[in-house]
Ligand binder design. Structure first.
Ligand code: NAD
Ligand code: WQD
Length: 345
């Protein structure tokens, strides 16, 4: 046994959303165990978390696909009371090229964690609005029918929820909430952690900030003849700090509602949709950059519009987003500039 403290296990805790959530957990006084295989993150994030919080979480490099490693982890840390399961591969396009790897990682990792749980445990699963596809009505509430996701990545989220649903019905030790994130953006106000894709970003906001620094080619807006007010797609961009906070409240909710023998599903967005052009305008406003972009063809698989109904999150978790789109873009820009400068030194 490496500690007898009660712990919150954060899988994928050195990644984008996991690192921001780990910071909040530590600041709220939780003892945190981060597990990550570093497949899409770097050890420096651990130093940044320690610098922000003044606390060093427990850390183990474990590939969660490896069942023996996961079993050993739970033997070494028998007092895991809550799990935030962020670890997954998340690149939509890559998942189309490598479906087997995506199912192997995202499904096996989840199954190994679930199988290792022996005592009553609260588990929060990172799901995605991708399970709704192009919803028939907006805003999208949790009871909106899910659709077969376009990508293997998206399908791993749908299957993950189904696995959890089946397991919670019979395993009374499992208390689970699945959080369906809309579009997480932004960074910690310290600019010590943020979104740091290893390859050329596929997502809009990191593409904007990296292209504004000239690191990559100017942005191409994927289509401007959608049936929306300005012709560009609409999404619900949620600040990562608001998202992180919702995870703390989700754990607290599960702690206080031990008997919930079903899978609780909650959307996390702002409840407001913004078009691609509005995101660009927001970036120009907060960065004061003369931002270059062009209009290109539509991207295959893109849906026209998605934004969340967040009534359930408000009622159940007593949560409400605190940050605007401008706040998110300003923090993403601050992070990108600092990250770029540090990498040049
Ligand atoms: P991320 O890639 O930054 O973080 C995931 C972390 O998990 C990485 O640090 C990676 O190294 C680690 N990891 C991956 N496979 C692992 C394994 N087998 N064992 C141990 N560690 C492993 O991604 P993120 O943006 O922080 O996303 C976190 C979660 O939220 C993911 O499950 C993702 O699918 C989900 N999600 C993300 C978004 C988004 O747009 N960022 C939207 C909806 C849902
Ligand atoms: C946002 C908007 C693009 C890049 C993805 C995943 C989804 C979920 C969230 C994990 C769209 C436009 C983008 C560019 C552009 N992730 N765009 N030029 O498509 O909502 O969803 O992230 O679960 O599963 O698919 O987010 O950031 O890729 O795109 O015009 O270079 O920006 O067309 O309208 P998306 P995104």
């Amino acid at each position: 046994m490496k500690t007898d403290s009660e712990l919150v296990l954060v899988t994928g805790g050195l990644g984008y959303i996991g690192s921001h959530t780990s910071v909040l957990l530590l600041e709220k006084g939780h003892e945190v165990l981060i597990v990550d295989d570093l497949s899409n993150s770097s050890p420096e994030v651990l130093d940044a978390i320690a610098k922000i919080t003044g606390k060093t979480p427990f850390f183990e490099t474990v590939d969660l696909k490896n069942q023996v490693g996961v079993t050993q982890l739970f033997d070494d840390y028998p007092n895991i009371k809550g799990i935030l399961h962020f670890a997954a591969s998340k690149a939509v396009g890559e998942s189309v090229q490598k479906p087997i790897e995506y199912y192997q990682n995202n499904i096996n990792s989840l199954l190994n964690v679930m199988a290792a749980i022996k005592t009553k445990t609260n588990l929060v699963f990172s799901s995605s609005c991708t399970v709704y596809g192009q919803a028939d009505q907006l805003p999208i509430a949790e009871d909106c029918p899910t659709k077969r996701p376009e990508s293997p990545y998206g399908n791993t989220k749908k299957i993950g929820e189904e696995l959890l649903e089946d397991a919670t019905k019979v395993h009374s030790s499992l208390n689970v909430m699945s959080l369906r994130y809309f579009n997480p953006v932004g960074a910690h106000p310290s600019a010590l952690i943020g979104e740091n894709p290893k390859d050329i970003p596929q997502n809009l906001v990191p593409y904007i900030t990296q292209s504004a620094l000239g690191k990559i080619a100017p942005l191409t807006v994927y289509g401007n003849d959608y049936p929306t007010p300005d012709g560009t797609c609409i999404r619900d961009y949620i600040h990562v700090m608001d998202l992180a906070n919702a995870h703390i409240l989700a754990l607290e909710y599960l702690e206080q509602n031990k008997s919930a023998a079903h899978l609780e599903i909650v959307n996390l967005g702002t409840g407001t949709g913004h078009s691609v052009m509005e995101v660009i305008e927001s970036f120009k406003r907060v960065s004061k950059q003369n931002f270059q972009y062009s209009i290109g063809p539509k991207r295959e698989g893109d849906i026209t519009a998605a934004y969340a109904s967040i009534e359930k999150a408000k009622n159940l978790l007593k949560w409400e987003p605190q940050h605007t789109l401008d706040d998110a873009l300003a923090s993403a820009w601050k992070w990108e500039q600092k990250n770029h400068k540090d990498n040049q030194n």
